[in-house]
Design a protein around this ligand. Structure first.
Ligand SMILES: Nc1nc2c(ncn2[C@@H]2O[C@H](COP(=O)(O)OP(=O)(O)OP(=O)(O)O)[C@@H](O)[C@H]2O)c(=O)[nH]1
Length: 400
């Protein structure tokens, strides 16, 4: 519940654009029609709130990494709060059905008597022009050309020539988006290894430090002992910022003198975390642009050194992506994947983007797990990723 409203509120910037675009497409060339009783929805009814917390289960992760996982625990502690929602069984929706046959009569009478109370809505025939407009809209929302084409093709399948309302097109789109995102919504897996080494990488300012602080706080609240290593040894300010987050999360931050080798800090931090019996060691790294070859090499070195200490480490390599960077996120994933064997993504700043479609594009292209999303700058502004809620928020479905 908390998650839903937060995402909904904060994704408004993103949803409103897509939502307005979808409304405009239907209105452009559409005609107002009287709403027939309980309008039969197109077959793939997405049932947006049917299984809200189904996603952050870890079965897929377990299936993929059979050797070690003792699959994930939820990242977001408020996840149980979502549970109460589905119970509201007062769904008197089925009831209106019997009244359906009677509905046209009063509508007609009302019209004859000049009291036009019958509700109307704009519908447009789903044709090539409409699909083209839809493709353009999705591409503009950063969904990427390939994904946009695939999504529209799926929407079109079996529905060409049908008259659709704005709400129906949003439902179809939300169902497609949720289907793509369903496979990638997975919390960060936890392993029995002690310490489980989590390397956090990304370009400058993507939100690595903030995400580490938020994650550390959540893991700590889940009863894990966490240690953070300040791997950005180049900037004193970065270390200080991490120390602030360490304090907020209540976890120790290991540092090294400014300018020292981040790989050796990572090695020392592993030794220390092991000696302390820590469950998790989260290693922050300096932000590096994917086109800076030297820095990317340095990252590869950090990974090599970590593996000297534990060949299975880093157990998780989280790539933190800033959702506001749009399509550039694609090349970030490609480059970081080559050097650091990225195991999962955290998408930050979803509260500030007008183009949440990038997540759909990433999921469709790489299939990397999305462990969490950042929806603000506060310590509790990191949420598990829920495909249905995301799809509904992105398309503006729940606001219609
Ligand atoms: N609105 C919003 N801001 C965020 C989010 N995550 C991080 N930020 C902000 O983004 C800015 C950069 O975050 P950092 O955590 O310092 O990013 P970084 O990747 O560690 O940065 P470098 O160390 O410079 O590479 C800060 O102002 C954060 O408060 C988020 O989910 N939403």
């Amino acid at each position: 519940m908390a998650f839903f409203s937060k995402l909904k509120d904060r994704l408004f910037k993103s949803s409103s654009k897509l939502e307005e675009g979808l409304d405009a497409i239907v209105e452009d060339g559409g005609q107002e029609e009287t709403v027939e009783a309980p309008a039969p929805l197109p077959e793939p009814q997405p049932a947006p709130d049917a299984e809200p917390q189904s996603t952050p289960t870890a079965e897929p992760a377990a299936a993929e990494e059979p050797p070690k996982p003792q699959p994930a625990e939820k990242l977001a502690t408020e996840e149980p709060v979502v549970a109460p929602e589905p119970t509201p069984t007062p769904q008197p929706k089925p009831a209106p059905a019997p009244t359906a046959p009677a509905a046209p009569k009063p509508g007609l009478l009302a019209r004859l008597t000049g009291r036009t109370t019958a509700p109307t809505e704009v519908k447009r025939e789903l044709d090539d022009d409409m699909l083209e407009q839809l493709e353009e809209l999705l591409i503009a929302s950063d969904m990427g050309v390939d994904t946009a084409l695939r999504v529209t093709a799926n929407i079109a399948e079996g529905r060409m020539g049908r008259r659709v309302s704005s709400r129906e097109i949003k439902e179809m789109l939300a169902a497609e988006v949720a289907r793509i995102m369903d496979t990638v919504a997975r919390p960060m897996p936890l392993y029995p290894s002690k310490p489980q080494v989590v390397l956090v990488v990304g370009v400058n300012g993507s939100g690595k430090t903030t995400t580490i602080g938020k994650l550390a706080s959540q893991f700590r609240a889940a009863g894990k002992s966490v240690v953070i290593a300040a791997g950005d040894t180049f900037r004193a300010a970065a270390v200080e910022q991490l120390q602030v987050w360490g304090e907020r999360a209540g976890v120790p931050v290991l540092t090294a003198p400014e300018g020292s080798d981040p790989a050796s800090l990572a090695f020392d931090a592993m030794t220390k975390a092991e000696a302390d019996g820590a469950d998790l060691l989260m290693i922050d790294t300096a932000g590096r642009l994917q086109n800076r070859q030297d820095l990317m090499e340095e990252l590869a070195k950090i990974v090599r050194v970590i593996r000297k200490k534990d060949p299975d480490a880093p157990h998780n390599t989280l790539l933190v992506l800033d959702a506001t960077t749009g399509q550039n996120a694609i090349s970030q994933v490609e480059t970081f994947q080559k050097l650091a064997d990225v195991s999962g993504l955290v998408m930050t700043k979803l509260d500030g983007t007008a183009k949440g479609g990038i997540l759909v594009s990433l999921a469709d292209k790489f299939g990397l797990p999305i462990h969490a999303i950042g929806v603000g700058e506060q310590i509790d502004d990191l949420q598990p990723f829920d495909p249905e809620e995301f799809a509904a928020a992105l398309t503006g479905l729940e606001t219609s």
